[in-house]
Design a protein. Structure first.
Lengths: 324, 364
């Protein structure tokens, strides 16, 4: 066991996969000499050298296009998009090319690549550097979408993403980079599409992702002091989506609250809610409540950003509405 | 260890220069004789004020008053030389490091400070000075300038669009597409590349294989010129030419101003990780303010009194920034719903009331 930060876990996870498989290469802006603008890739250039760790010009389209081309030759590239907001300047590669290649070649060409990116708010970076874009990715058929909430999960899910035969968008949460957590020694390999139950409670099921998981746990703590016992499920990936874990939980609690950082319209919670409403309606004893960032660009000011993003107290309020 | 050869190289002969680093006029230089003494005093004052104000921004960030700040230290000549050649109704499309351009335009530092503090979603006081909002998504603003120039051409308005981009930004697809389209449409648009040799940790040599960014202009069929970006008069001369070309309908220009980012990329960056003190020292000796001051003092244009006045103006600007920013109150949280759309949709209004309820506020 070792205590690692989420940021150190990223570097360790990349190193684990690059050591294991020499077809794994890593490409991105400021990832090598600078160790990443979030310092999540420190030491990789020194360890693996400039032929496997490539600092690129500021060209997101080329980064993703090159990763795609390299994947076609059988390599397993890891590409970094520094801020997930910048997927917007390279979205053709993601949405039209990478996501559709297997399909449009009848399965003959596969792209086992991982695109990792700093996602999410809470760092006071303003509207163009704080977005939670996991629901953009979820909307494109042909991609897997992963978003860990703990250092340990960074390791396990990242290894799974690299070894996965499909393209995976791996969303690291910027405000979690300094989070510390226990990580077991040796290789860690998880399975994509398995949610984790972070807390068991009989009264309500709170489903969260990435930075919303610790907030959901804080809310559960507060609810416990009021006599409400919450289950907290960490989805860990949106594609595949572990619907059965959520369905099984609400079968016993009868209440579902989703906690989403993405702006409200078409967030992942809307998809999950619709599935549960369609397939498990009679397990519900109250309305499904979605606690989200409202449908606004994120502001830079700390007080405004804190008000906009779901907080523990807003989650508590959401749970009360579901139970009322 | 990062490759720093090009930043350490002497300024190439193909680079237009008017003043040598010691302030002497370069033999055979194209001296801008049309400038009056008052013009010269205005430019050096603007450079002095920019440096003082820039330092204050950095201080305020260190004191926790600003979220972030990208210093323009060392790039004052490029920004002031270029902008002072424009007319007040020529539109500027900045990247994010162009404080010097804003100072020339007389933008209130308070509005810029409010943006870096996060109090406003963007800088206020810019639009009325014909400055577009700053753009941090790299290179995405270059096409905006082309569009603005196209609109001006359409309307027959005598306005030139000027966009500032970094050496790093030239690697973005948006910038290539903007350059090409500007040339195809022959619009009055000027692309000013401030080649400060670094893009965060990436040196110019890892950004492009050409050593001369201005030479890329040929590939688009437009004029390209390279000037010493630490020589304010060289910047002024090349910009004067480019503006004339644009106003006469002879198309866009790509200007490369060769300069150096003396500070960190932003206050969140530590450049000692990737570049050498030697390189910094070399550029310290090419300081744009010292160079221009030496020239103007020798020419009898800049006196101790001018220096004193410029310092005072800088102090006043810095004080105004500090007074307006320090511990300034943040807006009401429900203001996050303002300006999302021209009018709040029913759905947004519902969310606003919901957030007010959840956070115990009054939504009226
Ligand atoms: C589309 C996009 N990609 C990456 C970044 C991250 N980034 C911010 S500033 C910067 C460097 C820009 O360098 P340059 O254009 O030379 O301007 P300078 O900072 O030197 O003024 C990078 C890569 C970004 N903001 N936007
Ligand atoms: Mg630069």
């Amino acid at each position: 066991m070792a205590e690692l930060t989420y940021r150190d876990a990223v570097a360790a996870a990349i190193a684990q996969e690059m050591e294991r498989d020499e077809s794994v290469v890593f490409i991105g802006e400021d990832v090598g000499a600078a160790g990443g603008v979030f310092k999540a890739t420190v030491g990789l250039l020194e360890k693996f050298g400039p032929t496997r760790v490539l600092d690129t010009p500021i060209s997101e389209q080329a980064i993703l296009g090159v990763a795609m081309g390299a994947a076609m030759t059988g390599m397993r590239p890891i590409a970094e998009i520094m801020f997930s907001d910048f997927f917007a300047v390279s979205w053709d590669l993601v949405a039209n090319e990478i996501a559709k290649t297997r399909y449009m070649t009848n399965g003959q060409v596969t792209l086992p690549l991982v695109i990792r990116s700093g996602n999410g708010g809470g760092s006071r970076f303003g509207a163009q550097h704080s977005q939670s874009v996991e629901n953009w990715a979820m909307a494109i058929p042909g991609l897997k979408v992963v978003a860990p909430s703990t250092p340990r999960d960074v390791m396990g899910l990242f290894a799974a993403a690299v070894r996965d035969p499909d393209p995976v968008l791996f969303f690291e949460h910027k405000s979690l980079y300094s989070l510390k957590g226990e990580v077991e020694d040796g290789e860690i390999l998880d399975e994509l599409g398995k949610a984790a139950t972070r807390r068991e409670g009989k009264d309500v099921t709170i489903v969260a992702l990435a930075a919303m998981v610790p907030r959901a746990l804080a809310a559960a703590e507060q609810l416990a002091s009021e006599g409400v016992e919450a289950t907290v499920i960490d989805l860990r990936s949106l594609v595949p989506l572990d619907v059965s874990a959520v369905a099984a939980s609400i079968a016993s609690t009868g209440h579902l609250v989703t906690v989403e950082e993405n702006p409200r319209l078409c967030g992942w919670g809307a998809e999950l809610s619709s599935i549960i409403a369609e397939e498990n309606l009679f397990d519900l004893d109250g309305p499904i409540v979605r606690v989200t960032t409202p449908h606004v660009p994120l502001p830079a000011a700390d007080t405004l950003e804190d008000a906009a993003m779901p907080s523990a107290s807003r989650i508590v309020e959401g749970v009360r509405r579901s139970l009322a | 260890m990062a490759i720093t050869d090009r930043a350490e190289a002497p300024v190439a002969a193909s680079t237009l220069q008017v003043l040598a680093p010691d302030g002497a006029v370069v033999p055979g230089a194209r001296y801008p004789f049309e400038l009056s003494d008052a013009d010269h005093v205005g430019m050096l004052t603007a450079m002095t004020v920019t440096r003082r104000l820039d330092g204050e921004f950095v201080n305020l960030q260190r004191q926790g008053q600003l979220a972030l700040y990208p210093s323009c230290l060392g790039q004052e000549a490029a920004q002031v030389g270029i902008t002072s050649a424009t007319r007040d109704n020529d539109w500027l499309f900045p990247q994010y490091r162009e404080l010097g351009a804003f100072v020339v335009r007389g933008v209130d530092p308070a509005g810029i400070g409010h943006m870096w503090r996060g109090m406003a979603h963007g800088g206020t006081g810019l639009i009325e000075k014909c400055c577009a909002p700053i753009t941090i998504p790299i290179g995405t603003h270059a096409p905006h300038a082309v569009g603005y120039a196209l609109g001006a051409k359409f309307d027959g308005v005598d306005t030139v669009a000027v966009t500032f981009i970094g050496d790093g930004a030239t690697s973005e697809g948006d910038v290539h597409e903007a350059l090409n389209m500007a040339a195809v449409f022959q619009v009055p648009c000027i692309f000013v590349v401030q080649n400060n040799h670094w893009a965060i940790s990436v040196p110019l040599s890892a950004q492009t294989r050409v050593t001369d960014i201005a030479s890329k202009a040929a590939g688009y069929g437009m004029a390209g010129v390279r000037c010493d970006g630490n020589d304010v008069l060289a910047c002024r001369v090349v910009m004067r030419d480019a503006l004339l070309r644009a106003r006469e309908g002879r198309g866009p220009t790509l200007i490369e101003a060769v300069t150096y980012r003396m500070g960190a990329h932003t206050t969140a960056d530590d450049p000692t990780r990737y570049r050498s003190e030697g390189e910094l020292e070399l550029w310290r000796r090419r300081d744009p303010i010292d160079r221009y001051r030496s020239h103007l003092v020798a020419a009898g244009i800049w006196t101790a009194q001018h220096e004193e006045r410029a310092t005072e103006t800088g102090e006043r600007a810095a004080k105004r920034l500090r007074d307006e920013v320090f511990d300034a109150p943040m807006p009401d949280p429900l203001s996050v719903f303002d300006h999302v759309l021209s009018r709040r949709s029913g759905e947004l209004e519902r969310q606003r009331r919901q957030l007010a309820r959840e956070t115990g506020r009054d939504a009226t």
